[in-house]
Ligand binder design. Structure first.
Ligand SMILES: Cc1ncc(COP(=O)(O)O)c(C=O)c1O
Length: 370
């Protein structure tokens, strides 16, 4: 069986490093916010070419804490509107709602599936305070246009980089360095994945950084002195150690992902399968390789019969989820069409060449169902 994602083979190569890490960690006697988190924060901010990084419990908290910090700074208040793509993972939108802010769903660009910059201005009201683009599937959103809009309307720009560690534009600017703040997830399946939950926030804003450091630790920077109301959301020390080991391989892993993506792009030739639009650059790190077909269910079943696993990202759009009854009247035809036709095929660094070729062959032999 060709697994959709094989976390075991992805992490196998680090086995010895992880064992050493664990023995040293055990011996260190310091298990929360120790040197691993501190070093990871330094190394990850350097990698993203930003001043500061704060390690937190997961990607959802990274987003939530950014909103909490801006409320603390007086830039956001409950009821303020935040523009967000309608097709993203639900965590992005939940984090806005969690902080008493109002998510405003914007339709995607039909080619990249990322938030459509041409539509954003239509949704700006006198309550709009922020914009939260997502680099979906690993491809940078159109950050030049979005930065222009954020500046024009004085909006806070927050990036959701949960799927885009290491993607960069032609000037070498990285995901996580375009916004006023950016959120990362290190969920095990991400391009930079821990062996458990993990997340981080990157920013160049010292004041935001200072507040975030307190917020993740009960609002305290000095034990038992609580300056603001915070939460407990600290990046785990052992996960930080694991991430430091894997960060050294991130660019290499992303190159391998693009190599496989190129094989798919060049090899798949079937008129009833649509391939993702990509110019070949490093703006895409292929967290997911998402194809489209009007016969999606048959295609998934067909691939399964060839022992090829697939997944759908995502089957039900946020505005049609039971948890968001407030969106029930939203008209988002592009988002719905995407959700009805997308299918993600296996793509990860430890996928073997022969597996890639088997997948290409199977896709090319797929026929329109009767
Ligand atoms: C786009 C996006 N945002 C946020 C998250 C939330 O990250 P986490 O699962 O670490 O909370 C995820 C992944 O799960 C994601 O894909």
């Amino acid at each position: 069986v060709i697994k959709f994602l094989d976390l075991r083979t992805l992490n196998q190569q680090y086995s010895e490093n992880f064992q050493n890490l664990f023995s040293n960690f055990l011996e260190s006697g310091r298990y929360i916010l120790g040197e691993q988190v501190e070093n990871f924060e330094r190394e990850f901010s350097a990698y993203c070419k930003v001043e500061y990084c704060v390690g937190v419990g997961n990607g959802f908290d990274a987003l939530r804490l950014i909103f909490m910090a801006y409320k603390q700074m007086g830039l956001f208040k409950e009821g303020d509107e935040i523009l967000v793509p309608a097709n993203t993972y639900i965590a992005t939108v939940l984090a806005i709602a969690d902080q008493g802010l109002v998510p405003v769903l914007v339709e995607p660009d039909p080619y990249s599936f990322n938030i459509d910059p041409f539509r954003i201005e239509n949704f700006i009201s006198n309550k709009t305070r922020g914009i939260l683009p997502v680099h979906l599937y690993g491809q940078l959103a159109d950050m030049a246009s979005i930065q222009g809009i954020a500046n024009k309307f004085s909006l806070v720009l927050i990036e959701d980089c949960a799927q885009a560690h290491g993607s960069r534009n032609e000037n070498g600017e990285l995901a996580g360095s375009f916004g006023h703040a950016a959120a990362f997830s290190f969920y095990p399946g991400k391009n930079l994945g821990a062996l458990g939950d993990g997340g981080a926030i990157t920013t160049n804003n010292k004041r935001l950084y200072d507040i975030l450091r307190k917020l993740r630790n009960y609002g305290s920077s000095q034990k038992y002195l609580n300056e603001i109301k915070g939460v407990n959301s600290r990046l785990d020390e052992i996960q930080a150690g694991i991430l430091r080991i894997k960060l050294r391989n991130l660019d290499f892993d992303n190159d391998r992902r693009r190599e496989i993506a190129l094989e798919y792009t060049n090899g798949v030739n079937n008129e009833i399968i649509k391939l993702p639009k990509w110019g070949g650059g490093a703006d895409h790190v292929f967290h997911l390789f998402v194809i489209q077909s009007n016969y999606r269910e048959s295609l998934a079943r067909y691939l399964k019969s060839y022992d090829i696993e697939t997944l759908i990202h995502y089957p039900v759009p946020i505005h049609l989820q039971k948890s968001f009854p407030e969106f029930i009247k939203a008209k988002l035809p592009r988002t719905e069409e995407i959700h009805e036709t997308v299918l993600s095929i296996p793509l990860y660094p430890s996928l073997k060449d022969f597996e890639v070729h088997r997948i290409i062959e199977a896709l090319n032999r797929f026929e329109r169902p009767q």
